[in-house]
Design a protein around this ligand. Structure first.
Ligand SMILES: NC(=O)c1ccc[n+]([C@@H]2O[C@H](COP(=O)([O-])OP(=O)(O)OC[C@H]3O[C@@H](n4cnc5c(N)ncnc54)[C@H](O)[C@@H]3O)[C@@H](O)[C@H]2O)c1
Length: 405
């Protein structure tokens, strides 16, 4: 019978990974951090930031490489001495125990998840398995390893990345938009609020989709591990991210690609649903700050006070793509095709991130118009990346890359 405690004991004999510094002195890494889901959209930005900013940290990217994981997202850091990729499933508890001890992990930044609401409506089981059971497996593996150490939880961190969708839907009380009560750098001229309420950290959880229900459940498990065992956990709930390397099943990259190829743009219902958008690198910066400076057992909401109706954001994307491709601006609006609304489609999400602003001084760095311009330009300039993903060729990248090693 498998005994995780025995495994923890055996692996504690393995020395820490060392690297040669420029002066040829062997150094130990100051921290060993597992980032789960690092081959996905947000995870790849977090891995890149940590690998480049902290050469003294060993960053272990743990990813199962589902359809959403793509190692081509990290080509620029894959040969760095402080970066290791491990293909593994977070639901594989034995493997999680092995990795914790093998790499002497003292920090976990957990992003691995099934993340697409539409898929969760079709296949809720996979979402419960990965998002709930996978998170539990990772928590328990970290707990066993950390509790086996003489210093216990001291200096350890389990940071769980979650979503604003756990809070449920806000009412669209101002469908025409009113002046927003808050301003940040991410808000632009558009800068409307579509309702009076915002998601604060103490808002009751009311998830509506299988995706958000599975994320809510995982958030509860993370907090329970703090409250029950004293594990140093942190949870953050972020709004919709946009930027490079997002899998093109999500609105912005899907639409950029469709506009380029003059394919229909399927818009749910009238496109009136409101989302709060944040540039992905700003999310990664917030994660860095909170991982290092956030209070244990605390929750922080991350967002840009940057609400947009889907239909308005689609029009901005169309104009930007048209302009960058030298087409008359807005010419491709005729591609918009209204389709039957998503089941249980939440009306409005709007994050109040003032706590993070006040306590840790985080603010989005980009205005939305600048972020969307960068994003559209990135996808248009990286058609090879897009073709690799849409053709399915990216799934072969891992095998090609590792078969000779
Ligand atoms: N995208 C957003 O707008 C957004 C907003 C707020 C929070 N989040 C949260 O941030 C996290 C990352 O989101 P994303 O958009 O980058 O997701 P993504 O779908 O792009 O990436 C998920 C990654 O997790 C990996 N993965 C999936 N199942 C796994 C498993 N069982 N074991 C190991 N790896 C597995 C995938 O291979 C992929 O690389 C998720 O937890 C999501 O809930 C996302």
């Amino acid at each position: 019978m498998y005994d995780p405690y025995l495994l923890v004991k055996c692996f504690s004999l393995i020395p820490k990974k060392a690297i040669f510094a420029e002066n040829n002195i062997i150094m130990e890494f100051k921290r060993n951090i597992i980032i789960t889901g690092g081959a996905g959209f947000i995870g790849s930005h977090v891995v890149r930031l940590f690998v480049n900013k902290y050469p003294e940290y060993h960053i272990i990217n743990l990813d199962k490489l589902t359809y959403a994981g793509n190692l081509a997202n990290l080509k620029d850091v894959e040969d760095k001495p402080n970066y290791t990729f491990v293909r593994a499933d977070i639901c594989d508890f034995d493997k999680m125990c092995e990795l914790m001890t093998q790499y002497r992990v003292d920090g976990v930044i957990h992003l691995a998840a099934e993340s697409h609401v539409d898929r969760s409506i079709k296949d809720p089981f996979t979402f419960a398995q990965t998002n709930v059971m996978g998170t539990l497996s990772l928590l328990q593996a970290a707990k066993l390893y950390w509790e086996s150490l003489p210093e216990g939880y001291e200096g350890k961190r389990f940071y769980h990345i979650s979503t604003d969708e756990v809070y449920g839907a806000l009412k669209l009380t101002n469908p025409e938009g009113v002046e927003s009560p808050f301003t940040t750098k991410a808000s632009s001229d558009h800068h409307h609020a579509y309702g009076k309420d915002f998601f604060t950290e103490d808002k009751k959880y009311q998830p509506h989709s299988p995706y958000s229900a599975s994320k809510a459940s995982s958030d509860h498990f993370v907090r329970a591990f703090h409250d029950t065992y004293g594990m140093p956990t942190i949870v953050t709930n972020c709004s919709n991210n946009y930027g490079p390397y997002q899998f093109p099943e999500k609105l912005i990259p899907l639409f950029i690609n469709n506009i380029r190829h003059r394919k229909p743009l399927p818009v749910y219902g009238k496109g009136e649903n409101v989302r709060d958008w944040l540039y992905v690198e700003d999310h990664a910066r917030a994660i860095d700050l909170i991982f290092h400076k956030g209070n244990v057992a605390d929750t922080y909401n991350i967002g840009g006070f940057n609400e947009w109706k889907n239909i308005d954001i689609i029009k901005v994307v169309i104009k930007t793509v048209d302009r960058l491709l030298g087409r008359p601006e807005g010419a491709d609006e005729d591609l918009i095709t209204h389709v039957t609304d998503r089941l249980g489609h939440d009306a409005r999400y709007a994050i109040d991130s003032r706590k993070l602003q006040k306590e840790l001084g985080w603010e989005p760095s980009l205005q939305f118009e600048e972020g969307i311009e960068r994003t559209v330009k990135w996808y248009l300039d990286h058609q090879d990346w897009m073709d690799n993903v849409t053709s399915g060729d990216y799934m072969k990248y891992y095998d090609d890359m590792y078969k000779n090693r």
